[in-house]
Design a protein around this ligand. Structure first.
Ligand code: ADP
Ligand code: MG
Length: 617
C-alpha cells in the first residue's frame, strides 16, 4: 500500500499558518497589506489584549464581490498574479494568496466587504478554517476583517505569545512602519479603546513623520537622497549623530515601500556612521530603497519580511554612501572621497603593507621588504602573518635607529594604567587635580590614580537611588510648571506598564490625552532639563522582548539611567572640596571600582610601573 497522502486543505493551511502567522502583528501585517493593495485611502486598526482577543482592520478600498469574498479564503487564491511570469516583477504587497486562508485556519474570522457597484455587502464567517456563514450585511465600500481569539484551536501556539505589552509593541511598530511608508493614506490605530495614532493623509514623508513622532524628532533629521542610480535609489531621513539610541528600534527600513527586516541594510546604515557613533549606539532612520522590480526577489520568505537583492553589494554601497553624503552635507563628516582605483591584482605585499600602522613609517624611508616577501599571490594566511611579523620587526628596527628609545606598543596606556580591583582599593586616596576637567588625578599608597568623575558620581547616585527606592523614601521635586512631552507610538505602548516604576523613584507623571504626558515632579538631584530625555531613553530601551526581565533588573535599569542623567558631567571643573567629597562618597558605595553600566571607575598607574618606566628598577 502506498504511504504518501495529500494533506487535507485545513491541515495544509494550519501548517502554512505556522510560517505566515507568527504573532498578532504578523496577522495585522497581512491585513494592512491587503488594504493597501486594495487601494485604500483610509485604514483603521483596532486591537484588544495585544491583538489576541481582537484584531480588526477596516479599509475603504475596492472591496470584493460575494464570490471573491468566499474564494479569498481558499489556499492559493489571489487576484494579484496569474502565472510564474508575474513573479519576476511583483508590484503589489501580497501575491502568495495564502494569508487569509492561513489566518482563518487559526482564528475566528469575520469578513465584511462591499464593492462600489454591489447593492449589499457580504459577510463571511469562518472559524478555525470552517466556513460557518455567508450573508448580506451593511458596509460602505471597502472591507472590514475581524480576527478574534488567535490560535484558539492551537494551544501550543497560544502559549508562545508574549505578554500583552510585547505584542502591543510589535503591533504599534508595524502600524508605524506602514503609516510612514504610505503618507498619502490616513491611518488610525486604537489600542484597548484608546486612540494611539491618528494620522490624516499627509503630503510627504516629512509631514507624516511629524504626525507620528512630533517636532523634536524632526529637528534631528538629515535628509537622505542618493539621486537616481541603476541599482538602488535611497531616500528618507537619518538622525544627526547627537541623537543616540541603544537599539535599532527607531530604524524603519523599506524596500519598494515594503517593510523589511534586513541585516545588510542595517549594517550599511551603521557603516555610514563609522567613526562618528560609538559601537552599540544606533541612529534613527527612515530609509526607503527603491530598486527596479526585477532587481529584488520578495518571494524568499512566507511573511515577505526578507528580500534578496540581485546585486546586494551594490545596494549596500548605495545605502552607506547616501547616508555618508547626508552626514557630510550637514558637516558631520568630511565630504566623500572619490572611490579608490581598484588594484588589478592583489599581491601579498600590497595586502600586508596596508596593515602597517601609518605613523611609524613616517619616521623612516619605507623599508625594503625582505626577499621572501615577493610571495606568490596564493601565499597562505599563515605565511602572510609570518611575513607581516618580519616586516614589522624590520620597521621597528629602523625606527629605533632613528629615535632615542623604542616606541611603546600602541595600546601601552591600557597596559600601564590598569583597572583597579576592589581588593587593591584603599581608603587613603588623595586628590591632586583634574585632567581635561573630566578625570580626577589622585594618589594612593600604590601609585597614581585616574578617576572618571562622571562614572564615579553615577555609582554614588545609583546606590543612593536604589537604597531610597527599597526603603520607599523617595525624594522628589515638584515642577512649578509641569513639563509636557509627546510619546512616540512605541513609547506609548510601554508607558502604562513602566509609569508606576518611574513613580517609585520620585517622578510624578500624568498621561494627558492621546500620547501626551505631563511631568509634574522629578526625582531630587535630577536637573529638570534631563527628565524628559531620561524618560524617553528608558521608554525606548527597556527591552519589552526580554521575558526574563524581572522587576529587580528593571529597577536597576531605571536607577542606572537616573544616576547617569543626574551625575556630574565630564568637561566640568571641580573644586578640591568637591573632588574630596566625591571620592569619600565613592568609597562608601557597594562597588566603587565599577559603574552601574559595568565600566571601570578608577585606573591606576602603579608606582612599580612608574619606576620601571624611568629605568629605576
Ligand atoms: P494575496 O494578498 O497574497 O493575494 P490574501 O490571502 O492576502 O492573498 O488575499 C486573497 C485575496 O483576497 C487578495 O488577492 C484580494 O483579491 C482579496 N482581498 C483580501 N483582502 C482584501 C481587502 N482588504 N480588500 C479587497 N480585496 C481583498
Ligand atoms: Mg495578502
Amino acid at each position: 500500500m502506498s504511504k504518501i497522502r495529500v494533506l487535507a486543505d485545513h491541515v495544509a493551511n494550519q501548517i502554512a499558518a505556522g510560517e505566515v502567522v507568527e504573532r498578532p502583528a504578523s496577522v495585522a501585517k497581512e491585513l494592512v497589506e491587503n488594504s493597501i493593495d486594495a487601494g485604500a485611502q483610509r485604514i483603521t486598526i483596532e486591537i484588544e489584549a495585544g491583538g489576541r482577543r481582537l484584531l480588526k482592520v477596516s479599509d475603504d478600498g475596492e472591496g470584493m464581490v460575494r464570490d471573491d469574498a468566499i474564494l479569498a479564503f481558499e489556499r492559493h487564491a489571489t487576484s494579484k498574479i496569474r502565472g510564474t511570469d508575474d513573479l519576476a516583477a511583483i508590484g503589489t504587497l501580497g501575491f502568495r494568496g495564502e494569508a487569509l486562508a492561513s489566518i482563518a485556519s487559526v482564528a475566528k474570522v469575520e469578513l465584511t466587504t462591499c464593492t462600489e457597484a454591489a447593492k449589499a455587502a457580504t459577510r463571511v464567517t469562518i472559524d478555525g478554517g470552517r466556513m460557518r456563514d455567508v450573508k448580506d450585511a451593511a458596509h460602505p465600500r471597502g472591507t472590514t476583517i475581524i480576527v478574534r481569539d488567535l490560535f484558539f484551536n492551537i494551544p501550543a501556539r497560544r502559549k508562545f505569545l508574549r505578554a500583552e505589552a510585547t505584542e502591543t509593541f510589535h503591533l504599534t511598530n508595524l502600524v508605524t512602519h506602514y503609516a510612514l511608508a504610505h503618507p498619502e493614506i490616513a491611518f488610525t490605530f486604537v489600542n484597548n479603546g484608546r486612540e494611539v495614532v491618528r494620522a490624516a493623509p499627509a503630503k510627504d514623508l516629512r509631514e507624516r513623520a511629524y504626525q507620528i513622532f512630533g517636532e523634536e524628532f524632526l529637528e534631528n533629521l538629515l535628509e537622505v537622497n542618493s539621486g537616481d542610480s541603476q541599482v538602488a535609489r535611497v531616500t528618507g531621513y537619518v538622525s544627526a549623530p547627537r541623537d543616540r539610541r541603544t537599539s535599532r528600534d527607531a530604524q524603519y527600513l523599506f524596500v519598494n515601500r515594503r517593510f523589511v527586516r534586513d541585516r545588510m541594510i542595517g549594517r550599511s546604515l551603521s557603516e555610514g556612521y563609522r567613526s562618528i557613533l560609538p559601537h552599540g549606539v544606533y541612529p534613527a532612520a527612515l530609509l526607503f530603497i527603491e530598486t527596479p522590480l526585477e532587481e529584488v526577489d520578495v518571494n524568499v520568505h512566507p511573511a515577505k519580511t526578507e528580500v534578496r537583492f540581485r546585486r546586494s553589494a551594490a545596494v549596500a554601497d548605495a545605502v552607506r554612501e547616501a547616508v555618508r553624503a547626508a552626514l557630510a552635507s550637514a558637516n558631520f563628516v568630511p565630504p566623500p572621497e572619490p572611490p579608490p582605483i581598484p588594484e588589478p591584482t592583489m599581491t601579498a605585499t600590497a595586502s600586508v603593507s596596508s596593515f602597517i600602522p601609518q605613523p611609524r613609517i613616517e619616521f623612516v624611508p619605507p623599508p625594503t621588504p625582505p626577499p621572501r616577501f615577493e610571495a606568490p599571490v596564493e601565499a597562505s594566511g599563515e605565511e602572510i602573518a609570518r611575513d607581516l611579523e618580519v616586516m614589522l620587526q624590520s620597521v621597528s628596527k629602523s625606527v629605533s635607529s632613528v629615535l632615542p628609545a623604542p616606541l611603546p606598543p600602541l595600546n601601552s596606556a591600557e597596559k600601564f594604567a590598569r583597572e583597579i580591583t576592589p581588593e587593591s582599593l584603599n581608603a587613603n586616596i588623595r586628590p591632586l587635580g583634574q585632567l581635561e576637567e573630566s578625570f580626577i588625578i589622585a594618589t594612593d599608597d600604590e601609585g597614581l590614580l585616574l578617576i572618571d568623575q562622571h562614572v564615579a558620581h553615577e555609582r554614588v547616585l545609583f546606590d543612593k537611588y536604589r537604597a531610597l527606592e527599597t526603603e520607599r523614601r523617595v525624594e522628589s521635586q515638584q515642577l512649578l510648571v509641569p513639563e509636557t512631552f509627546d510619546l512616540t507610538p512605541a513609547q506609548a505602548a510601554v508607558f502604562d506598564e513602566l509609569a508606576p516604576e518611574f513613580e517609585n523613584y520620585g517622578f510624578e507623571l500624568m498621561r494627558l490625552s492621546g500620547r501626551t504626558v505631563a511631568i509634574k515632579a522629578t526625582p531630587a538631584d535630577l536637573p529638570s532639563g534631563e527628565a524628559r530625555n531620561m524618560l524617553a531613553e528608558l521608554l525606548d530601551t527597556v527591552d519589552v522582548e526580554k521575558k526574563s526581565r524581572t522587576r529587580e533588573t528593571l529597577r536597576d535599569e531605571i536607577a542606572a539611567s537616573l544616576a547617569c542623567h543626574a551625575a556630574i558631567k565630564v568637561n566640568m571643573p571641580l573644586a578640591p572640596e568637591k573632588m574630596r567629597w566625591l571620592i569619600d562618597r565613592l568609597l562608601q558605595t557597594s562597588s566603587p571600582t565599577t559603574c552601574p553600566h559595568g565600566r571601570p571607575v578608577i585606573l591606576r598607574l602603579s608606582t612599580r610601573d612608574i619606576l620601571k618606566g624611568f629605568h629605576r628598577i
